[in-house]
Design a protein around this ligand. Structure first.
Ligand SMILES: C=C(O[C@@H]1C=C(C(=O)O)C=C[C@H]1O)C(=O)O
Length: 371
């Protein structure tokens, strides 16, 4: 059997392949033997088909809410270990047009309204609000260049390029929704963010300030609480660190908690766990249904697969699903970037606006810009 290297798979990726690089495996898939669009019972239907499939892995994306899943069993699949190589940045042409939807004032107003609702609704504790950045290039966006640049910028993220109806979805997520390897289950929720600084002293201060911020710690605790509550019934043992830690990307600091557990029933697949956890309050809010409703009212665009989940599951039920953030949809010459942040009772509109601008930086850097 020919062995593949993760770096080789990255170099071979071309749209419309499906690429996913996580901590366990790097996968490059081509063609679709079977596609799964029905979100209800998705984990069950996928597991059933995988049991008899020649290619024993399904991969793709599930949307933020409602809508169709975009998961497939490919015709061919190549697999390698995790990506380690640091790829050289490839230059890209500059975007002709960019425009944020909503613009700065629109986002500030939405944040202020979410804060007002959180303060006056006792059970509503957190709502995640996002915005988009629409960009247009002179020609078709080279998805493989964006993907390679994302990897080069941060080899430690979960990288993906997967096909959606009418678009390619590409990103470098720092956040693990869930992974399953045998009976070992892991989740690494992030919530609470600060922009990084080019000045090392200020950068360190930003990380320390984030970890000691009461508002950000509160925002983070809400996510951990729900992830633990959801995983508890699936696990006979669950390790939750008493204190969170700081996790860095090239542009952001986040508060993170690495949770691990042992599955009670090894028949529960990674995709089933992902669907049980999704959407966590890191991308939706709490309580989930009320937060989702506020998002529907205050966001002026459809999230699609942004803030959904992207990953893979195999015939044993092992798999990795990342939270679909720090990402963009590419369609021909157009590229739409997404970024959001958690809003709690003491959030400030200007700071929240800045957080989304900073988070756009992950994709902007891959597009050859500066963040
Ligand atoms: C919603 C996003 O990020 C999420 C929200 C965070 C926050 O509110 O602090 C931090 C990490 C992510 O869980 C995004 O990047 O678009």
């Amino acid at each position: 059997m020919r062995m593949h290297t993760a770096d080789g798979l990255l170099r071979d990726y071309r749209q419309p392949d499906v690429f996913f690089a996580g901590k366990e495996r790097t996968l490059l898939a081509n063609g679709a033997d079977e596609t799964f669009t029905e979100a209800d019972g998705l984990a069950g239907s996928v597991a059933e088909r995988l049991a008899e499939s020649e290619v024993p892995v399904a991969l793709g994306a599930i949307p933020f809410t409602g809508g169709e899943a975009a998961v497939l069993i490919p015709k061919t699949l190549r697999a390698a270990g995790p990506l380690r190589a640091d790829t050289v940045q490839v230059p890209m042409s500059v975007a002709l047009r960019t425009g944020a939807v909503p613009g700065p004032d629109g986002h500030r107003a939405a944040v202020a309204e979410a804060v007002r609702r959180i303060r006056e609704t006792p059970e509503l504790r957190k709502v995640v609000l996002a915005r988009t950045l629409e960009t247009e290039f002179a020609g078709a966006v080279p998805t493989e260049v964006i993907l390679r640049n994302l990897v080069g910028d941060n080899p430690f993220a979960y990288h993906f390029a997967t096909e959606l109806p009418g678009a390619t979805f590409v990103g470098a997520s720092p956040e693990l929704l869930v992974s399953r390897n045998g009976t070992l289950v892991r989740s690494h929720p992030l919530a609470g963010s600060a922009r990084r600084s080019a000045d090392p002293v200020r950068d360190k201060e930003a990380a320390a300030g984030l970890l000691s911020s009461k508002k950000d710690r509160g925002e983070h605790a809400i996510v951990v609480e729900q992830v633990v509550e959801t995983l508890r019934p699936f696990c006979r043992k669950l390790d939750v660190p008493a204190e969170p830690s700081v996790v860095g990307t090239p542009v952001m600091w986040h508060i993170g908690t690495e949770i691990s557990g042992r599955l009670r029933d090894p028949g529960v697949t990674a995709l089933e766990l992902a669907q049980a956890l999704h959407p966590t309050p890191a991308v939706c809010g709490t309580p989930t249904a009320a937060a989702r409703e506020v998002i529907g009212e205050l966001e002026c665009f459809d999230r699609g697969y942004y803030a959904g989940a992207v990953g893979w599951v195999d015939e044993h039920g092992d798999g990795e699903w990342a939270v679909a953030i720090r990402c963009a949809e590419i369609a021909g010459p157009k590229m739409r970037l997404f970024a959001g942040g958690g809003i709690v009772a003491d959030s400030e509109p200007d700071a929240e606006l800045d957080e989304t601008e900073a988070k756009f930086g992950t994709l902007l850097r891959a597009m050859g810009g500066r963040s």
